[in-house]
Ligand binder design. Structure first.
Ligand SMILES: [Zn+2]
Ligand SMILES: [Zn+2]
Length: 163
């Protein structure tokens, strides 16, 4: 699915929801939705606000927050609670990846695994309708591994020097 098609689909979902619930169709909500689907990967509310501001679109933090809550409800956005930070992510047509979370620096990277995606699709759930999934693998990123082993080596040579 190309980005334009995804954007059309999510706009349609928001449009339907607003229509069915007799909400006003403020252009603000659609602008935020567009901005969300233009963001790359995970982002904080502040990052989203700054990006919109740089495009001369000012939205209050309260509006952003409330709109994101609506988007989460409509399954257009997922909220991640990564280590020490809350991040959002556009999830329509983008939920089949796995997050690698570094427990030292908090960096989050993504990988794709068709095997796991298929496995979850085939998993029998109990009295539950699946909407999507998020998977987190905790560990240490390669940058932190290098740093840790460098510091370990330093400590070793210090000990040897003291002999
Ligand atoms: Zn992600
Ligand atoms: Zn790290």
């Amino acid at each position: 699915m190309t980005k334009d098609i995804v954007k059309d689909k999510v706009r349609g979902i928001l449009n339907n929801y607003l229509q069915m619930n007799n909400h006003r169709k403020t252009s603000e909500r659609f602008a935020i939705l567009d901005a969300v689907y233009d963001m790359k990967g995970h982002f904080s509310l502040d990052e989203l606000g700054e990006t919109m501001e740089s495009q001369n679109f000012r939205v209050s933090r309260a509006t952003l927050y409330n709109t994101m809550r609506l988007f989460i409800e409509l399954r257009l956005v997922v909220r991640h609670r990564f280590i020490g930070q809350t991040k959002y992510e556009a999830c329509y047509n983008n939920e089949d990846h796995i997050h690698q979370i570094c427990t030292v620096c908090g960096a989050v990277t993504e990988i794709e695994s068709e095997a796991i995606t298929n496995l979850i699709a085939d998993t029998k759930l109990q009295r539950f309708r699946k909407d999507g999934f998020s998977l987190y693998i905790y560990g240490v990123c390669s940058r932190c591994q290098t740093k840790i082993s460098r510091e370990r080596n330093k400590l070793k040579t210090k000990k040897q020097d003291n002999r």
